[in-house]
Design a protein around this ligand. Structure first.
Ligand code: IMP
Length: 426
């Protein structure tokens, strides 16, 4: 059984949860390898909707071990609330494994996230204010506190004091805020959270490798997406981790040779929340249509998403940087009522036709999309169950995307339900 990665190819919110859930069914383990509760996916099971932020999608299946890997940043309050929510709805979370090496998010990280955004003014990043960036910054500065530190109260307290020596100076001198009280945090994390987290804390690297050695199917579930990647995204308008498929290696402790199936989840159009360049963004009634029909509001923050036409330049980059082996298209049905659909096939930059993403971001800000316009299908495809039952125009749209992206499309979503998808695999 191969190790599989599911990764978003755009700016997140591609509808990864649905296909992750679908692929997960065949697996024994589902692993998150980066990000934190800035993610948010909605799974619709038997008409019931589950909103998950931290817990891997596979948690809804009894046969799956859900794993929060070392590359994830964890707010225990959020994780425990999610466990309570799942338990109250009859979902067993006892198998959930939490890496001892994952870094903890503290309230001061969230406070710093919000203060930093305010400090940036018009240049703000539009973060989710969940403390993601400051937690990864502490990790890189080597003043972060890991889940395993909770198991040794003396170490935990010493590390907290070290972290706060710096953080409290920043809060007071840069932002004119009151210092954070170490006693209060220690009580909350050690007395309130630890007893409930302890049964889940595990050596997840060992667990994953035992699974791989036993021939189990392991799915690595990316949060956020390719263009929010700290290294390959539209920096600085990115998240602070590596959602791209290679992020699995450091984020879960697995070498590249284990990974042989990499599924890029690609929405039939493009959306983005927060700031940053977006060449195919629409400011007209089609943009409003996509927001309305696609329900393009953040799962987590409720923010309205920016919407635009499908961008094949971005998709080609995603194929390269993730080594995608296949594509899953989501939300094709959202385009059902449009007279025509456009696909950006290249960028024009001062008369030069760019087929690939320019490395210089100033160029990306200055490009004009080159579009191909295709006829729409003007039909409800949400009930279609077989590829050959799709309207010819919808089939043509997909064939055109496939040709432009240069990667086979294996699955297509035609509605939010678990069964509303088409299998295209040979
Ligand atoms: P952060 O991850 O909260 O630091 O936010 C950095 C950028 O990533 C912002 O533009 C966010 O809107 C974006 N972002 C973070 N998580 C998600 C997600 O799950 N979906 C879409 N955008 C996200």
């Amino acid at each position: 059984m191969p190790a599989t990665v599911v990764v978003g190819t755009q700016w997140g919110d591609e509808g990864k949860g649905k296909f992750t859930d679908l692929v997960a069914k065949e697996m024994q383990m589902v692993v998150r390898y980066q990000g934190g509760h800035n993610a948010g996916h909605t799974l619709v099971v038997d008409g019931e909707s589950f909103k998950l932020q931290l817990t891997p999608s596979g948690v809804l299946y009894d046969h799956i071990v859900p794993v929060i890997g070392n590359g994830v940043v964890v707010d225990p309050k959020v994780l425990l609330a999610e466990i309570d929510m799942l338990n109250s709805r009859g979902i067993d979370t006892s198998r959930l494994a939490l890496s001892g090496n994952a870094h903890l998010i503290f309230p001061y990280h969230q406070q710093l996230d919000a203060l930093h955004e305010r400090h940036l003014g018009a240049g703000k990043l539009g973060t989710t204010k969940r403390g993601i960036g400051p937690t990864y910054a502490d990790k890189a500065m080597r003043v972060g506190i890991r889940v395993q530190d909770l198991l040794d109260p003396k170490i935990f307290r010493a590390k907290l004091d070290t972290a706060l020596r710096h953080t409290n100076v920043v809060l007071a001198k840069v932002y004119n805020r009151l210092p954070v009280d170490a006693d209060e945090i220690a009580a909350q994390y050690l007395d309130e959270y630890l007893p409930r987290l302890q049964p889940h804390i595990n050596d997840t690297v060992g667990l994953i490798h035992e699974g791989l050695e036993a021939g189990q199917g392991v799915l690595f579930e990316g949060a956020q997406a390719t263009f929010l990647d700290l290294d390959h995204g539209t920096y600085p308008f990115v998240t602070s981790s590596n959602p791209t498929a290679g992020g699995v290696c450091p984020g879960a402790g697995v070498g590249p040779k284990h990974i042989d199936r990499i599924i890029g989840i690609t929405k039939a159009y493009v959306t983005r929340v927060g700031s940053g360049p977006f060449p195919t963004e629409l400011f007209d009634e089609v943009g409003d249509y996509l927001v309305d029909v696609g329900h393009e509001y953040g799962t987590n923050t409720g923010r309205k998403r920016r919407c635009g036409w499908f961008d094949a330049v971005m998709a080609r980059f995603a194929v390269r940087v993730n080594s995608l082996t296949e594509i899953a298209i989501t939300k094709l049905d959202v385009l059902d009522q449009l007279e025509t659909v456009k696909v950006c096939v290249g960028y024009d930059h001062n008369g030069e036709h760019l087929k690939h993403l320019p490395y210089h971001q100033s160029v990306l800000h200055a490009v004009t999309p080159i579009y191909e316009e295709l006829p729409g299908w003007k039909a409800d495809i949400s009930g279609v169950e077989e590829r050959h039952d799709l309207p010819r125009e919808a089939e043509n749209y997909l064939a055109f995307l496939e040709e432009q992206i240069g990667c086979p499309i294996h699955m297509v979503g035609v509605g939010p339900g678990r069964r509303q998808f088409l299998h295209f695999a040979a």
